[in-house]
Write a protein that binds this ligand. Structure first.
Ligand SMILES: Nc1ncnc2c1ncn2[C@@H]1O[C@H](COP(=O)(O)OP(=O)(O)O)[C@@H](O)[C@H]1O
Ligand SMILES: [Mg+2]
Length: 142
């Protein structure tokens, strides 16, 4: 089934754990989530909200320098990737990307372009657009 959901997010308060929870309920069996958006659009913020919605109480950082962060939640592990600094697919393979993708754990990606081709299972795609301080989330299944 292919469907796209467009959500209007007027301000920070509305991009909250409640919205993330709702999205998880709608797409609970999708454990791989690719977030596409320009710098500063809110990818890290959204992924943290997903982690909180899953019940994680870890200290969330931004994996810009580490490429991948690992968090715990009551159901297992969450991997949070930021591929911005990676230059090519070899670097992604060196990171062990295939094991992460096959792990069955949640994998959230910022700057996911390099990883796209390596994903063999279904995944969820979230695009964030910002227009005059209003954010739009376009959520679709792949
Ligand atoms: N829904 C939102 N409304 C208003 N500001 C937001 C929202 N989401 C994120 N921000 C703010 O935008 C800035 C960049 O967010 P961040 O999540 O780091 O973006 P990205 O990871 O896409 O570069 C942060 O200061 C954050 O607080
Ligand atoms: Mg970020």
């Amino acid at each position: 089934m292919s469907s796209t959901l467009l959500i209007k997010v007027p301000d920070q308060n509305e991009l909250n754990t409640g919205l993330a929870k709702h999205l998880l309920e709608l797409y609970g069996d999708y454990k791989i989530v690719l977030c596409y958006a320009p710098m500063g659009a809110g990818k890290t913020t959204l992924i943290k909200e997903f982690c909180k919605a899953l019940g994680s109480t870890d200290n969330f950082g931004s994996p810009t320098y580490s490429i991948v962060n690992e968090y715990k939640y009551p159901g297992g592990k969450i991997f949070h990737f930021d591929l911005y600094r990676l230059k090519n697919k070899e670097e992604l393979m060196d990171l062990g990307i295939e094991e992460y993708l096959d792990s069955g754990h949640y994998c959230f990606f910022e700057w996911p372009e390099l990883a796209e081709d390596l994903i063999k299972s279904k995944y969820k795609k979230i695009e964030i657009e910002v227009n005059e301080n209003i954010r739009y989330l376009r959520v679709s299944n792949k």
